[in-house]
Design a protein around this ligand. Structure first.
Ligand code: NAP
Length: 309
């Protein structure tokens, strides 16, 4: 195409040979670009919180969902951890609730920090649905505290789940994602965009998750696999009610007594839109990134303006 026809000034027209350029996906009825109906999606950390919201949203859109979480495995892995994890039966409840509303969902236990467990999850997914198209790496944990006193074992545990978990799950899923232009979505955090005091291990793990997202996006593009991250701001899940709202400095700073009051005060104080994010907000972003077939390597912040990059 001549420069004048392309609309670019002379000399600045893109030099892509047409044999290198894939055509844009056709719009179906001018709306949906990629229909996820009948596709299979694994969502880790789906027993509760954001993961549950994502599992519900994907099922509403007609995907076959595998809700994956620690379930009974939590008994072993939660030893020594100082905030309550979900009851063992929570995972089954998520899957049953989705099915009761007409969605397709199975619950499968996984510890994302364990290679054999990740492989088992993928094998059982293929057994259940025969294919795997979408992997949402949502499972994550937090622990806060001053870096000078932070326990090495807590550091290792955070990295084992928040970073190695993405690596192990992606490695197990890749042979199947390669079959059909698969999608990986990693749930990172605003803590992967800037550092916060007393959150060194968590922030470092979320920066790592974003780095891994970009690296995998660049590497897997030739297999037509897209890899993106979502960075939530403030979502009122157990991560807040069991841990972040309870830190002494926060309750002192805001003069609040209940964890709900503290969460609300933090949001009003810090978030420009003065609103919390819901699991549905994060699920919307995950759905968008699943369908946006020209988007890879981004980390999309959903935080009411709290972080703007
Ligand atoms: P949540 O309510 O604590 O949910 C996390 C889920 O991950 C839990 O169901 C937990 O299972 C599961 N999990 C933990 N370790 C696991 C492992 N080794 N293998 C498999 N599953 C495991 O927290 P959330 O707020 O929904 O967090 C979801 C993701 O969003 C995390 O990656 C988090 O870092 C990120 N995020 C959250 C916020 C927020 O404001 N809440 C903000 C930014 C980013 P059990 O309960 O059974 O242990």
């Amino acid at each position: 195409m001549a420069a004048a026809e392309s609309g670019f000034p002379e000399g600045l027209a893109p030099q892509c040979g047409s044999h290198h350029v894939k055509p844009a996906s056709p719009l179906i009825n001018g709306e949906t670009i990629i229909n996820i109906q009948g596709k299979t999606a694994i969502v880790t950390g789906a027993a509760r919180g954001i993961g549950r919201g994502i599992a519900e949203a994907f099922a509403r859109e007609g995907a076959h969902v595998v809700a994956a979480d620690l379930g009974l495995l939590a008994q072993a892995s939660r030893a020594g951890w100082n905030y309550a994890l979900s009851p063992a039966r929570e995972l089954e409840r998520t899957a049953k609730d989705i099915e009761a509303r007409g969605g397709a969902c199975v619950a499968i236990e996984v510890d994302v920090s364990d290679r054999a467990s990740c492989q088992n999850l993928v094998d059982k997914t293929i057994e259940a649905y025969g294919r795997l198209d979408i992997l949402v790496n949502n499972a994550g944990i937090i622990q806060t505290g001053p870096i000078a006193e932070f326990a090495e074992s807590d550091w290792d545990r955070i990295f084992a789940v928040n970073v190695k978990g993405i690596f192990l799950m992606s490695q197990a899923a890749l042979p199947h994602l390669r079959n059909d232009a698969g999608v990986i979505i990693n749930i990172a955090s605003v803590s992967g965009k800037r550092g916060f005091p007393n959150m060194g291990a968590y922030c470092a793990s979320k920066f790592a998750a974003i780095g891994l997202t970009q690296s995998m996006a660049a590497e897997l593009a030739e297999s037509a696999i897209r890899v993106n991250a979502v960075c939530p701001g403030h979502v009122d899940t157990a991560m807040w009610s069991d841990h972040l709202s309870k830190t002494e400095t926060r309750q002192e700073q805001y003069g609040t007594e209940t964890t709900e009051d503290t969460f609300g005060a933090v949001v009003r104080d810090l978030v420009p839109l003065a609103r919390e994010q819901s699991p549905d907000d994060i699920a919307e972003a995950a759905l968008y990134l699943t369908r946006a077939d020209s988007v890879t390597g981004v980390s999309l912040t959903i935080a009411g303006g709290y972080v703007m990059n």
